[in-house]
Ligand binder design. Structure first.
Ligand code: GRF
Length: 196
């Protein structure tokens, strides 16, 4: 049973899906938010999970990341899951959690890295979009993909309607990907997500 910490900045709907699916291979022992009052903090507390609020304002990236790292180590986290965490992590932090740190991104990576994904997908008249769970590497949204799921883009889609459908898929995909990692069925090796 792996001890998992989840980093959030917002409503925490992915966090909730990870809480709901915990049991066999992992349990969530800490939720860290850089935003005070983030909706996900209440979700954690409702499930009796410890929370930590670590504001980033007025700190260097390295100082903020060091505080987060210290909280994760103190809690005995073995895996770190980013779920709507809206901060770029420093290379040092990412290297310190190499192979133990994953993120979910609402596109079919390597397509549409970064922000405003759904707007850009619709603008480009893509037929498909989706969600990707990937190992985090220093380059943004560039780490090896562990799992992906696609949804069709309808001509009538707005960024909001597409975001909702992708989010529903995220909620199914993220726990599955975390279980793979927590049960050592996938690992990061030589820049690849290696399955066994
Ligand atoms: C999700 O769309 C996720 O892919 C992106 O941020 C959003 C977080 O939503 N990284 P929530 O806070 O989990 O509801």
């Amino acid at each position: 049973m792996k001890r998992v910490a989840v980093l959030i900045s917002g409503r925490g709907s992915n966090l909730q899906s990870l809480i709901d699916a915990a049991g066999d291979s992992y349990r969530i022992i800490l939720v860290v938010s850089n935003v005070e009052g983030a909706g996900g903090l209440q979700k954690a507390q409702r499930s009796g999970i410890a929370i930590a609020v670590i504001p980033h304002a007025g700190k260097t990236r390295e100082a903020f990341d060091a505080e987060v790292d210290a909280a994760l180590r103190a809690a005995g986290a073995e895996l770190v899951v980013l779920a709507g965490f809206m901060r770029i992590l420093s290379d040092g932090f990412v290297r310190g959690w190499e192979g133990k740190l994953i993120n979910i991104h609402p596109s079919l990576l390597p397509a549409y890295k970064g922000t405003k994904v759904h707007e850009r997908v619709i603008e480009a008249k893509e037929a498909l979009s989706g969600a990707s769970v990937h190992f985090v590497v220093p380059e943004l949204d560039a780490g090896p993909v562990i799992a992906q799921a696609s949804v069709k883009v309808a001509p009538s889609d707005t960024p909001q309607s597409l975001a909702e459908r992708v989010l529903a898929v995220e909620h199914r995909l993220y726990p599955e990907a975390l279980k793979l990692l927590a049960s050592d069925k996938v690992r990061l090796e030589n820049g690849l997500a290696l399955f066994r």
